[in-house]
Every structure is written in C-alpha cells, then in structure tokens.
Design a binder for this molecule. Structure first.
Ligand code: GDP
Ligand code: IMO
Ligand code: MG
Length: 397
C-alpha cells in the first residue's frame, strides 16, 4: 500500500526518523515539495545526519529515493549532501532519481530572500523567491541544464553556470522523467512512501499565512509535486509531537512560558536542523491538530517525542480557543485572530519514563491516558509511537 507521511504541526515533528524507521514496509521514498529548508534528522551508525534534499530512506541500500518535480533544488547543497553520504559509503547507483521538472534555486533567489528572512524568519534557503519565479514562469528547471544555449537567455553569473556544468558532469545521470518512473513503479505494485517536508501549519494555503512556507506540504502537494494519481495513496500518516514547536516568526497560541520552554528545548534538543535556531516550544494544541488531520486526510497518527515529556508532573493540552471572550474549537484562518488566541487547557498527569519503550503494554498508564485523549478528541487512532531518536525506538500498534 502506498502512503504519505506528513507533519501536522509547524514542521520538525520527527518525520526523518519515522521514514527511516518505516522503510521496511516500502520500496520507494519520494519527496514532493519544499527544498533545503527541510532538515530531516536520521540517526545512522550512531551519527546524527541531517538530510535536506535527499529522501530519508537513503540509509536502506535496497530502496529507491526520488526527488519529485515539486521540490526546489539548491544544487550546491545537493552536491554537498551527496558527497557527505558517499563518504559514509552510501551507494547511490540506480537509487537516486531527480525529476527533470524540479526548479532550481538561483543565486538571485538568495539575494531576494534577505528581506523575507527578517519579516517571516525564513530559513534563508531561497525557497520563497524560487517558488515565486516558478509561478511567474521565470524559473529554470533541472532538465534545462543540459542546454547551455537555452540557459543563455537567463542572466546567470558565470560561476553558477560553472556549478551547473560540474553538477551535470558528476550527477547528470540522476536526472530523469520521474513521472514515467513513478508510473512504472506503481504498475509494478512497488510500495511508495511520500515524504512530506515542513508541516500542515506551514502550508501556503492552509497554514498560518503569511508565516508559512511557499509550498503545499498537505496532500495536494503530492499530486502536483510528483504526478502520482489521486487514487494511488490510501494511507496518510499524520505526524505530531507530544507538544508543539515552531521555528521562525508567526502566531503560536500554546507557546509556553520561558522557563518551561527552556526545559523542553533542552530535553528535546529543540534546535533547528537547518539553521541551528532555538525552536519555540509550546503545549500540545489539539485545536490545531484536529484542523490539520482534516485538511491532510490523516488516516492514522504517529505520535513522537513522548519521552521528551518524561518526568513532567503535569501535561497541558489545548482543546479550545478563547478569542476576544468567545470560545471556539475551530482553528482561525486569519493571522490577526490567531494572535489573539487564549488557549483553554486540559491538564493530564505526567509520566515517569517512556524512553526507548518498544511495546504498547510497557507504556505508563498516564501515557496511555494521554494517547487515548488525543484519539478521542481527534477521532483518529494513534498507530505509531516514537520513544527516542533511534530507528528502533518505536511502537507500532
Ligand atoms: P523532521 O524535520 O520532522 O524530520 O524533524 P527534525 O529532524 O528536524 O527534528 C526532530 C528531532 O527530534 C531530531 O533531532 C530527531 O533526532 C529527534 N527525534 C525524532 N523522534 C524522536 C523521539 O521520539 N524522541 C526523541 N527524544 N527525539 C526524537
Ligand atoms: P522540516 O521539513 C520547521 C519555517 C521557517 C519559517 C517559514 C518559512 O524540517 O520540518 P522558508 O525558508 O520555508 O521560506 O521559511 O517556515 N520552516 C520550517 N520550520 N521545519 C521545517 O522543515 C521548515 N521549513 C521551513 O522557519 O518560519
Ligand atoms: Mg526538521
């Protein structure tokens, strides 16, 4: 069965770890949106490896990794990443495929982003300007790097042309028509896992606009970002942390007080994988989660980082919002309303230790109560529980 794994919050839910852990059930992993703004951490041979563009299934030698057309590619970053993985003896031969239709991040995109970086707190990876050029029909796509004549009509610095040549010579064989490839794989009944980057609350349409990214992490992004038919994906794994984090600016209704944020940040090592920025930390927001499970069509929840809350005497869960004295259980679309939210919390008792637990029956009673509360509130089962950073720290129910 094909599946998608999508973040339900503001990114960094632990998607990389889960993809790496779940690959035994899949033959292929495919990125469909975003770019090197993503930072997906995988622990391999006890090393912490941040992946920005390479799909998180790369550490499984027999699995195919596809970068779909909806991704925007920073060639320098991609070359750096491949080189680093090759040094770790990761074999790329006949395993990595990059769509001819992916758009390139150009040097001008980094310059243009400077202003946005301040206003929105972007990752500085050229994402917004690259997608803007794609929509303005001014972009350059991966397949175009095979025609220097065609590239002449763009005003590209000679150093960048040189980089493109180096990329073409060394990695040109990875570039292909991934629509044909994906459709062949579907015909062969290969099991494909679509790897979401960012999270539903960063979605350009459904997120906390304008404090969002410039693509659709929600499932529409899979259709336009890969060319895979709508009816080929029946399983949507929505990933959420047991609490909430956000990097960059924008409304964050359940943001904790400074002292609690610091405790969670230290315990959960909540620092950006891409930029190293300290992540803002907050309590679990089920108003947001209920909304994002709906817009993503989540069929099962993967709950991560419950071990980060080990030892907390009390855990807070927002289940309603108060906005200007009015209560609501709906996630507002307007940023100025979101900024006025006073969350209404339910408190549940904390638990001692869940770290590394691999079986549901071994979880503390309080953790089971916490999980059941989420399931009842959202109306979707928690099928996967992550209890640590390593591949095997996982419970599948
Ligand atoms: P992604 O962007 O969704 O892939 O998430 P990131 O990799 O940016 O951030 C998640 C961080 O939490 C990484 O440092 C992971 O190694 C770590 N992580 C993932 N799952 C768990 C878990 O269940 N428990 C703990 N303690 N850490 C986890
Ligand atoms: P993964 O895939 C967390 C945030 C940025 C900023 C906003 C827009 O690791 O979950 P952009 O550079 O995309 O234009 O920045 O989105 N952001 C992320 N936050 N995890 C990510 O990816 C993110 N990718 C972008 O911090 O607030
Ligand atoms: Mg991340």
């Amino acid at each position: 069965m094909n599946a998608a794994l999508i973040g339900l919050q503001w990114g960094d839910e632990g998607k990389g770890k889960l993809i790496d852990s779940l690959m035994d059930s899949f033959d292929v992993v495919c990125r469909y949106q975003g770019g090197a703004n993503a930072g997906h951490t995988v622990i391999h041979d006890q090393n912490k490896i941040p992946l920005h563009l390479i799909p998180s299934g790369i550490f499984h030698p027999d699995k195919l990794c596809i970068i779909g057309n909806g991704v925007v590619i920073d060639i320098n970053q991609l070359m750096k990443e491949i080189k680093k993985l090759k040094e770790m003896n990761i074999d790329f031969k006949d395993r990595l495929f990059i769509s001819k239709r992916t758009h390139l991040i150009l040097p001008s995109h980094f310059t243009q982003e400077k202003e946005m970086k301040e206003e929105i707190g972007t990752t500085g990876r050229g994402i917004g300007p690259a997608y803007a050029d794609k929509m303005r029909r001014k972009g350059i796509r991966m397949g175009d790097i095979f025609s220097l004549d065609y590239l002449k009509s763009f005003d590209l610095p000679s150093s960048f042309i040189q980089t493109l040549k180096i990329f073409r010579e060394n990695y040109g064989h990875f570039i292909t028509d991934t629509v044909i490839l994906l459709h062949n794989l579907l015909k062969e009944k290969k099991r494909i896992l679509f790897e979401g980057a960012q999270g539903a609350l960063l979605d350009i349409d459904f997120g906390t606009y304008p404090y969002v990214t410039s693509s659709n992490p929600t499932p529409g992004g899979i259709l336009t970002g890969t060319g895979t038919p709508l009816n080929s994906i029946s399983r949507i794994i929505g990933v959420m942390k047991a609490y909430t984090t956000r990097v960059g600016k924008g409304p964050f209704p359940t943001e904790m007080d400074e002292k609690t944020q610091k405790a969670v940040r230290d315990l959960g090592k909540e620092y950006g994988t891409t930029t190293g920025r300290p992540r803002r930390c907050g309590w679990l927001d089920l108003v947001g989660i209920k909304y994002t499970t709906r817009i993503t069509g989540t069929t099962e929840i993967a709950l991560t980082k419950i071990d980060t809350l080990d030892g907390f005497p009390e855990i807070k869960i927002a289940n309603k919002y108060n906005i200007d004295g009015e209560e609501t259980d709906q996630f507002p679309s307007e940023v100025w309303k979101l900024e006025k939210v006073n969350p209404i919390y339910k408190s549940v008792p904390g638990w001692d230790s869940t770290k590394g637990i691999k079986s549901y029956k071994d979880l503390p009673r309080e953790t089971k109560i916490f999980i059941r509360y989420i399931e009842d509130f959202v109306g979707i089962k928690v099928r996967i529980i992550s209890t640590g950073r390593k591949r095997g720290d996982l419970i599948c129910v």
